[in-house]
Design a protein around this ligand. Structure first.
Ligand code: NIG
Ligand code: FE
Length: 412
C-alpha cells in the first residue's frame, strides 16, 4: 500500500540517507522543504520534494497536510519502559525533603522497583508495559530502546527481556533491547558485590545470549553502584557475547566513566549531568554519542546536561526520555525536545536533530531511521496545523501530534 502526503507546509529533517549523525555547528541546521510532498510505499520512503514536482504522482491513499508539518518520528534511545507498579510515594517523599540518593539508601529506588517486578508475573508485566508503549507511539515515538535492570535476579532479568522481546514481536515500532543487570546491587549481595558481578557474567549473560534477548549492555557506573573497575569487567564480558556497550555515566558524579565508555567504543554515554573538561576531550576522539535525559533532570531537580558546552565543542548530542518509575516517569519526547530548548538552551533545530537522527545513531539504526531520506523506513509524524516548527518546543505541554505513521501504516 502506498501513501502520498501532499501540501505539507514544511517537511523537516530531509537528508541524504548516508548521513548517520550530526555534530557541533551542523546541529543548528535542520534541512527542510516548504510546500512539499512525501511518498511512501509499504514500509519505505520512496520520494519527496516540492509540490511543483508532484504533478503525476498517485498513490493508494492521499493525505492533505495543508498547514501541517511532517517530520520523522522520534527515536527514544534510552528508556526503562518495562517496569511494574510505580514509585509515587518516593515522589512525595522527595517533595517532603528526602533526596533521590537518600531514598535509594533506605532500600527505595531501583531496589523498590525490583521487589515489585520480582512479584509481578510476566503476563502482568507485559500488559502494564504495553499501555506505556501505546501511549508513546501516540506521542510520536517510532523507535524505542528498552532496558532490563529492575529484575536483578537471573529469573527476573530474563522475564524483563522476554517481555521486551514480546513487545518487539507485537508492535510495529523499532525496538532495541539492552541488558542492564548491573543497575544496582541486590540486598542479598550487599556485602558480596563480586558475587553479583559473577552472577551477571556466569549466569545471566550466557542465558541472554543463548536466547538472543539483548542487543546492548548497560551498566549504572556511579558511586554506590558500579565502580569503574566493575563497569570495565562487565562491559568486557558483555562484548564477548556480542553486546555493544551503552552506559549510564556522570549522573551524580564524574569520575572517569566517560573515558571508560569511549575505551569500550560505547555506542552512547548517557546522562552526563556532571561533566568535566576531560570528558569532552575524550569524546572528541570517539564515535560515541553523548546522550542527555532532560526529563530526569526536570523530575529530580538535578543539573541538566551542559548541552551548549558539548555542542559548542563540536560534539553531537542525542536526547531521550529515560522513561522509568523513579527518575523520569514520562515517555513524552515532545516534552524532552521542549525542555532541551527551554532549560539547556538548545535551538529547536538542535533539539529536533538530537531527538531524531542522533537518537537513531544512539540505537545503531540511523541507516534506516531518524530522517526523511529515500530508502529509509516510513516512520512519520504529521502535526496539527502550527505556525512553524519553532512552535513545537515553544508550546510546551501542548500536544501537536495529529497522525503517526509507522513503517508506512497509520498507527495513531
Ligand atoms: O536512568 N540512573 C539509573 N537508572 C535510572 C533510574 C532508575 C530508577 O530510579 O528507577 C535513570 O535515571
Ligand atoms: Fe536510565
Amino acid at each position: 500500500m502506498s501513501i502520498l502526503i501532499i501540501n505539507i507546509k514544511e517537511l523537516l529533517q530531509v537528508r541524504a540517507s548516508h548521513v548517520l549523525k550530526v555534530s557541533g555547528k551542523d546541529m543548528k541546521h535542520l534541512p527542510t522543504i516548504k510546500n512539499a510532498f512525501l511518498l511512501m510505499d509499504n514500509d519505505t520512503i520512496i520520494d519527496y520534494g516540492s509540490m511543483d514536482n508532484c504533478k503525476n504522482i498517485t498513490a493508494d491513499k492521499t493525505i492533505d497536510a495543508k498547514g501541517k508539518l511532517v517530520l520523522p518520528t522520534w527515536c527514544d534511545s534510552h528508556t526503562h519502559i518495562v517496569y511494574a507498579g510505580n514509585r509515587e510515594q518516593e515522589f512525595v517523599d522527595r517533595i517532603n525533603g528526602l533526596s533521590y540518593v537518600e531514598i535509594a539508601n533506605r532500600g527505595g529506588g531501583i531496589l523498590n522497583s525490583a521487589k515489585t517486578l520480582q512479584n509481578t508475573s510476566e503476563e502482568d508485566l507485559y500488559s502494564q508495559s504495553i499501555q506505556r508503549v501505546k501511549n508513546v507511539i501516540k506521542l510520536g515515538t517510532g523507535a524505542l530502546e528498552i532496558k532490563s535492570g529492575y529484575g536483578l535476579t537471573v529469573e527476573s532479568e530474563l522475564k524483563m527481556l522476554r517481555v521486551i522481546k514480546r513487545i518487539k514481536e507485537n508492535f510495529p515500532i523499532e525496538i532495541k533491547a539492552t541488558f542492564l543487570g548491573a543497575h544496582a546491587f541486590p540486598e542479598s549481595f550487599k556485602n558480596n558485590k563480586k558475587g553479583y558481578i559473577d552472577l551477571i557474567i556466569n549466569q545471566m549473560l550466557p542465558k541472554i545470549a543463548n536466547e538472543n534477548l539483548a542487543d546492548f549492555m548497560d551498566v549504572f557506573c556511579e558511586k554506590g553502584y558500579f565502580s569503574i573497575e566493575d563497569t570495565d569487567t562487565l562491559l568486557s564480558a558483555g562484548k564477548k557475547h556480542g553486546l555493544v556497550p551503552k552506559i549510564h555515566v556522570n549522573q551524580f558524579n564524574a569520575f572517569g566513566g566517560v573515558a571508560l565508555g569511549v575505551k569500550h567504543r560505547a555506542l552512547s554515554v548517557d546522562h552526563l549531568e556532571e561533566l568535566e573538561l576531560e570528558d569532552i576531550e575524550v569524546l572528541k576522539e570517539s564515535d560515541t554519542m553523548p546522550l542527555s535525559l532532560p526529563s530526569c533532570s526536570y523530575f529530580l531537580g538535578i543539573p541538566y546536561t551542559p548541552a551548549r558546552q558539548l555542542i559548542d565543542a563540536g560534539l553531537p548530542l542525542a536526547l531521550a526520555t529515560d522513561y522509568n518509575p523513579g527518575s523520569a516517569p514520562s515517555g513524552n519526547m515532545n516534552f524532552v525536545v521542549s525542555t532541551a530548548c527551554i532549560k539547556m538552551k538548545m535551538t529547536p533545530e538542535e533539539a529536533i536533530n538530537a531527538a531524531t537522527i542522533n537518537g537513531a545513531y544512539a540505537m545503531g539504526i540511523s541507516n534506516e531511521y531518524g530522517s526523511i531520506s529515500k530508502g529509509k523506513k516510513a516512520n512519520i509524524i504529521i502535526t496539527k496545523p502550527v505556525p512553524s516548527y519553532n512552535y513545537l518546543p515553544y508550546a510546551f505541554g501542548e500536544n501537536n501530534i495529529e497522525t503517526v505513521i509507522i513503517k508506512g501504516r497509520i498507527t495513531a
